[in-house]
Design a protein. Structure first.
Length: 208
């Protein structure tokens, strides 16, 4: 499903990172742990194709994404990769449901409002469909982020510090939702975090 080989990245006038090889198959869950400065977000951005590696490869569904053009990578990501960022980014002037379908519009994926409503419904957000993002709690914003990430039934779900801003109860609920949604689609689930509360929940782990 997803694998990396010899992945390295060097920032201009900044640090360089050499990451361990990753293998995460269909339906598998992988926790990547590391303290600040260890390159967790850089690694997630490489896996998502938001950054191109200095050397090495990222392979998803048999496709070496490192060699795709920016346009083709955007289309590939829109169809096959769901991303939950550490901070829930929304267009504040758009309703919740319009924020869900906006990535499809931008990447050329067919817009399906019914699918968006169903994604929200699975996360108990039916009543929030026409809300503005500013009117959501932090926990609700994170669930909307999950809905947006899984709307296209992605092969790979990537989550960047999904629990770091949440209390224990909400953190466990969010992880349970991620596991549930990944199982629903048979997605590979990769979480990068410094949140040691998650260590006992995942068998497969990598430390940076």
């Amino acid at each position: 499903m997803l694998q990396t080989t010899g992945l390295q990245f060097k920032y201009d006038q900044g640090p360089s990172f050499h990451f361990p090889d990753i293998r995460c198959g269909k339906g598998e869950h992988l926790l990547i742990l590391g303290e600040s400065g260890r390159g967790k977000t850089t690694l997630l951005h490489l896996l998502a194709g938001l950054l191109k590696p200095t050397s090495g490869e990222v392979n998803i569904l048999g496709q070496n994404t490192s060699g795709l053009s920016d346009r083709n990578m955007d289309q590939f990501r829109g169809k096959n990769i769901g991303i939950i960022f550490q901070t829930a980014y929304f267009v504040e002037s758009l309703k919740v449901i319009d924020n869900l379908i906006l990535p499809n519009y931008l990447t050329g994926v067919k817009i399906d409002r019914t699918k968006a409503k169903n994604a929200l419904g699975r996360l108990n957000l039916e009543s929030k469909i026409n809300n503005m993002p500013a009117n959501l709690s932090i926990g609700e914003q994170q669930r909307v982020s999950i809905a947006r990430a899984i709307i296209n039934e992605p092969a790979v779900i990537l989550a960047d510090e999904p629990t770091s801003a949440l209390d224990d109860k909400n953190a466990q609920e969010v992880i349970a939702l991620l596991e549930e949604q990944a199982a629903l689609y048979g997605s590979a689930l990769i979480i990068v975090t410094h949140d040691k509360r998650l260590k006992d929940r995942f068998t497969k782990q990598i430390s940076l």
